[in-house]
Design a protein. Structure first.
Ligand SMILES: C[S@@+](CC[C@H](N)C(=O)[O-])C[C@H]1O[C@@H](n2cnc3c(N)ncnc32)[C@H](O)[C@@H]1O
Ligand SMILES: Nc1c(NC[C@H](O)[C@H](O)[C@H](O)CO)[nH]c(=O)[nH]c1=O
Ligand SMILES: N[C@@H](Cc1ccc(O)cc1)C(=O)O
Ligand code: SF4
Length: 453
């Protein structure tokens, strides 16, 4: 996001965190362990991420040593292929009252009520509209649809869940009947069935959404993910993770589920046989100790489940967010912090094969650089983007296959179209245009060129 020589943009002294980046390890020892492929401790990770807690600032030479070790590890684990997926983002609604301070995607749901004619610029889609959007994208050759949404008060898991909430006396359920809103989002299961059309892979329902889908019941997360799977869900996005340390969650997303519940939901998704991704949203109020504790919780989750297909570092996009507007942070992560986040993820997460570089968060130039810092996946075509755009990000909403092939071959790597779970992979010959997806149910190699507004 910004110049590498700048110190972190976080007024950390203003936060009285119990966990601080202090260790009993040295940078040299940590680097030696990383180079030898030994499993790293949290202290090792903090030494690498800070380039040594004995220095105030990031040391440029030590940083290069960490990036080099991560790049070497990447080559050993996955080779020179760079993967990407032909996918569509279809977010169902921006209505949400959870109030996360890093998020500008949501609009307070009051604004969506029929009784209110306030302008909000947000949206809600009916299941029928969602199906239409996915069907249109299927024709362009997509393999996957990713769908993450605000926690609309009218959402219920299914008809049975709606009946429970309708007849409940409780006033703390964040529930209102669909009839009170301009547009009815239907139930989560109806949305899953609608979007699970024509053989597309449906990647949806974060742990936070799963929590919303069971509110007011004693249903387990296994029950909830089981019903969603029946309705068409194929894999789960590991967002809503943010920083999996509760003292940080209390500052940036006090309305969200806590760390233990997030982990419980992910384990449940795994236990009903759903693959899942994992993320960190970093570069706000947290420090390096929090980042590495987060990595350890994900590594433990993966030791228990084996279902995590990739790790996606999401660099906080600050300009239009409450965290920035309220002066709680003065910017996002620096470029040096971004590079070290990718590299230490590669070195620390010895049980997750794929590290994603997000062009939405980093842009093309820095996104490509991340492929030499430990990353091996370059995300997807997405075709539509609202979360980052609404936070003030400016790297666009889509990438074509031709752009992918050109960028990846320009850095001397091999472009590979993948399925969501990385099981299907297809190398693309850069000398054999035109470039289009072939893995999606209707993909026939026709170039996937997003419509530009
Ligand atoms: C917008 S939510 C949508 C799904 C659902 N409401 C939830 O919270 O799980 C999806 C993810 O977007 C990411 N996100 C939101 N605002 C962001 C920002 N300003 N910068 C980077 N990532 C952001 C967060 O990691 C969040 O968990
Ligand atoms: N990194 C971001 C993603 N990643 C999701 C991928 O495109 C894909 O859905 C996943 O790899 C599973 O196959 N999506 C975004 O919308 N924004 C990002 O920053
Ligand atoms: N949609 C999320 C990113 C994301 C989605 C799905 C994933 O599996 C991983 C990451 C964002 O823009 O921040
Ligand atoms: S991150 Fe998700 S839960 Fe939090 S405010 Fe945004 S949309 Fe709502």
């Amino acid at each position: 996001m910004s110049d590498a020589s700048r110190s972190p943009n976080v007024p950390r002294d203003e936060f009285d965190f119990r966990h601080r980046p202090e260790t009993d390890q040295s940078f040299e020892n940590a680097l030696a362990k990383a180079r030898d492929g030994e499993r790293l401790t949290v202290d090792d990770g903090v030494e690498l991420l800070t380039t040594g807690t004995d220095h105030e600032r990031i040391d440029p030479v030590r940083k290069e040593q960490v990036l080099e070790a991560a790049d070497r590890r990447r080559a050993e684990v996955v080779g020179d292929e760079v993967t990407f997926v032909a996918n569509l983002n279809n977010n169902v609604t921006t209505a949400c009252n959870t109030g996360c301070l890093f998020c500008n995607f949501k609009d307070r749901s009051e604004k969506f009520r029929s009784a209110n004619d306030e302008e909000h610029g947000g949206f809600t889609k009916t299941p029928k509209e969602s199906r239409r959007i996915v069907e249109d994208a299927l024709e362009t050759g997509i393999y996957e649809v990713t769908s993450v949404s605000g926690l609309h008060p009218a959402f219920a898991l299914d008809d049975e869940h709606r009946e429970i909430m309708e007849s409940s006396e409780r006033d703390d359920l964040n529930y209102r009947p669909p009839a009170e809103y301009d547009v009815d989002p239907g139930t989560y299961c109806e949305q899953m069935t609608a979007m699970s059309v024509g053989g597309v892979h449906l990647h949806s329902m974060t742990p936070e959404e799963a929590y919303h889908a069971r509110r007011g019941t004693d249903w387990s997360y296994e029950e909830v993910y089981g019903r969603l799977k029946e309705a068409g869900l194929n894999s789960v996005p590991g967002t809503a993770a943010e920083i999996l340390v509760d003292e940080v969650r209390a500052e940036i997303c006090p309305g969200k589920i806590r760390t233990d519940e997030w982990l419980e939901a992910m384990e449940a998704a795994a236990s009903v046989g759903l693959p899942m991704t994992s993320t960190i949203m970093y570069g706000h109020v947290e420090n390096e100790m929090h980042r590495v504790m987060h990595l350890e919780r994900l590594r433990d989750l993966q030791d228990r489940t084996g279902n995590v297909t990739e790790f996606v570092p999401l660099s906080f996009i600050h300009p239009d967010t409450p965290l920035f507007e309220r002066g709680m942070v003065s910017g996002g992560a620096t470029t040096a912090e971004d590079e070290l986040m990718i590299a230490v993820s590669r070195l620390f997460l010895d049980n997750i094969d794929h590290i994603q570089s997000s062009w939405v968060k980093y842009g093309d130039e820095q996104g490509l650089k991340m492929l030499a810092c430990g990353a091996d996946d370059f995300m997807g075509t997405i075709l539509s983007e609202e979360i980052t755009k609404r936070a003030g990000g400016g790297y666009g909403e889509a990438r074509s296959f031709a752009e992918y092939v050109e960028m990846i071959s320009a850095v001397g790597r091999t472009p590979v179209e993948r399925s969501t779970d990385y099981e299907q992979r297809r190398q693309i010959d850069p000398d054999d245009p035109p470039f289009g997806p072939e893995l999606g149910p209707q993909a026939d190699g026709t170039p996937l060129v997003p419509r530009r507004e």
